[in-house]
Design a binder for this molecule. Structure first.
Ligand code: FO1
Length: 326
């Protein structure tokens, strides 16, 4: 029996940030489609040029909807930049680039939110419209803003990430509004589903992209109560992230950039998937480890890693059942 059919009809939840996470989310969506719920980070969301921009949600929507620019990882394929060029000519802000095609999503979302539609309603409607089988959910309908506390002072996420290209030294992260944010009923139902088969933490930046999700207290509590295996894919390969500042931030926070640290970062984890390059780290990790090729260059790589996640989770669930029977 294939891994996908072993999971058929059993719900799986994935936690996901932007570019790196969306690659695995695509593989999972292709394997188990309607059985998958993806909870997406909204700590990167911000108001820009009067529009509500949700970068990680859009990255997942475009990736799973087959509309993404595969090279860049964010935004839409076949993009044009006339709006940005005209904005620049008028002396407007061009540090954060909104493509002409992409612009339509931000305009629609902003109008919908102003009209009283929730971010959850808008996101699920867009995903449906683009033919995405998985359920895509923002982590909360309440605003949570990732603030990067740096040696140069506090910076809103996109100012740090795009504006300053992650150059300032990170001292700590704050998730403004998280203390008041509530998880939606949809998010909690997915995590509390009695038949939940697995939770997969995608290889997103643990500090910038997954921690904002975990900062929503109801989500963290629900994860602590999950009986199904919770499996994370380490975003590091040989001490470096494929893309993004994970290793740089770890060094700045005084943490070794290795999979042992990633495993310790998620206290509720049942198992960690690490790259073949880091095989020798497996013995030092205090939980079950599965070694796989985690670099998702091709679409086949995304499907293969998704299948490995489900297979590993299935193995862990058998071990768990065995433990409780003994
Ligand atoms: N990333 C950049 O590096 N430069 C940009 O100008 C930029 C614009 C942008 C617009 C819409 C969108 O959905 C994403 C965009 N991103 C851009 C990506 C985004 O800043 C990051 O990938 C995430 O926030 C981190 O996950």
């Amino acid at each position: 029996m294939s891994t996908a059919s072993a999971f058929k009809g059993k719900p799986v939840v994935a936690l996901c940030g932007g570019v790196g996470g969306a690659k695995l989310a695509l593989g999972l969506n292709r394997l188990i489609g309607a059985d998958l719920t993806i909870i997406v980070n909204t700590g990167d969301d911000f108001e820009h040029l009067g529009l509500h921009v949700s970068p990680d949600i859009d990255t997942v929507v475009y990736t799973l909807g087959g509309l993404s620019d595969v090279e860049r990882g964010w935004g839409r394929a076949d993009e044009t930049w006339n709006f940005m060029a005209s904005l620049g000519d008028l002396g407007g802000e061009t540090w954060f680039r909104l493509g002409d095609r992409d612009l339509a999503m931000h305009v629609e979302r902003t109008q919908a939110l102003r009209g009283g539609t929730t971010l959850t309603e808008f996101t699920t409607a867009m995903a449906r419209r683009l033919g995405i089988a998985a359920t895509l959910l923002p982590m909360s309908d309440d605003r949570v803003e990732t603030m990067v506390m740096t040696a140069d002072g506090p910076l809103p996420f996109q100012r740090y990430f795009v504006g300053l290209q992650c150059a300032p030294v990170v001292q700590r992260l704050e998730f403004k509004g998280a203390e008041r944010a509530v998880a939606t009923q949809q998010v909690l139902s997915a995590l509390r589903h009695p038949d939940l088969a697995a939770v997969i933490i995608c290889p997103s930046n643990p500090y910038l992209s997954v921690d904002p999700i975990l900062a929503v207290a109801d989500i963290r509590k629900a994860l602590d109560a999950v009986k199904a295996p919770i499996v994370a894919v380490s975003p590091l390969i040989g001490g470096q992230a494929v893309k993004g500042p994970t290793a740089k931030i770890m060094a700045e926070l005084g943490l070794p950039a290795d999979s042992v640290t990633i495993a310790r970062h998620y206290p509720f984890l049942s198992g960690l998937i690490i790259d073949e390059t880091d095989r020798e780290e497996a013995d030092k990790i205090e939980m079950p480890v599965h070694v796989a090729s985690t670099w998702m260059r091709s679409f086949e790589d995304r499907d293969r890693l998704a299948a490995e996640c489900l297979k590993f989770a299935a193995q862990l669930s058998i071990v768990r059942k065995g433990e409780s029977a003994a």
